[in-house]
Design a protein around this ligand. Structure first.
Ligand SMILES: [Zn+2]
Length: 46
């Protein structure tokens, strides 16, 4: 399962890997960003 975020409406959309025709179900956009897991990396520099 891969998560993507629409580049237009910024909604989280999920696509099936086999589904090649990617299109936003909300606004019909075809621009997507690969969604990153929001892991806050805190590096202690000291
Ligand atoms: Zn959209």
């Amino acid at each position: 399962m891969s998560g993507y975020r629409c580049g237009i409406c910024k909604k989280s959309v999920k696509f099936d890997v086999k589904n090649i025709g990617m299109q936003c179900a909300y606004c019909g956009s075809k621009v997507f960003y690969k969604e990153r897991p929001t892991v806050a990396k805190r590096v202690h520099t000291r």
